[in-house]
Design a protein around this ligand. Sequence first.
Ligand code: SAH
Length: 221
Amino acid sequence: MPTYTDSVLYQAKRQELVNQLRKAGITNEKVLAAINAVPRHYFLDSAFEHFAYENRAFNIASGQTISQPYTVAHQSALLNIAKFDKVLEIGTGSGYQACILAELGAFVHTIERQKVLFEQTSKFAFIKQKYPTIKLYYGDGYLGLPKLAPFDKVIVTAGAPFIPPALVEQLKPGGIMVIPVGEDDKQQMLKIVKNADGTYEHTITGSFTFVPMLEGTGKQQ
Ligand code: SAH
């Protein structure tokens, strides 16, 4: 169990991480402030807690990972979150990315396909109390959440072999989707902007490594 207390030491480490991200090219000050505001050590097993502010990914339950802070900052910056944006996240995992988006003022609807992780993150009191604007769902992210569509923004935090059509459909015209696309352990981070006629443009913003986006719900297939 992580320790749910912040400390001067952890605050200093968080500030150091923010400085590191700035040097690595993250320029969006709102995103940097959000990284500074959310205690990442709450999201890790206590065994890794002391490394929480290193720019590294870590294992969480069910063979999944909490993304590297640089990746979280990069994806969050690409989304260009405005206050009250309705955001769909695929891959809740630890809930850390969802908290960063909520800290930026978004209403976050986040889907996880692993039951154990979904239940664990749903029970996490810090998220419930601090970010009641986050709603968690158990399901297959390939399908999105059609009943709640359209969304201003969509973020996928698992490596997708292709762009899931349902997610583009559920994006508002003018909306932004950020998704790592590619097989195996290398994905290109795409920023997709949907046009008024339903077509979309994409730009490639760098190479990343994610756990795979799998179809259906349950264990690894
Ligand atoms: N955003 C997370 C990162 C989690 S890693 C965080 O901040 O911690 C990616 C997550 O995507 C894993 O938990 C994995 O189980 C989940 N995932 C993979 N395919 C999925 C799908 N089709 N639908 C929903 N979640 C999926």
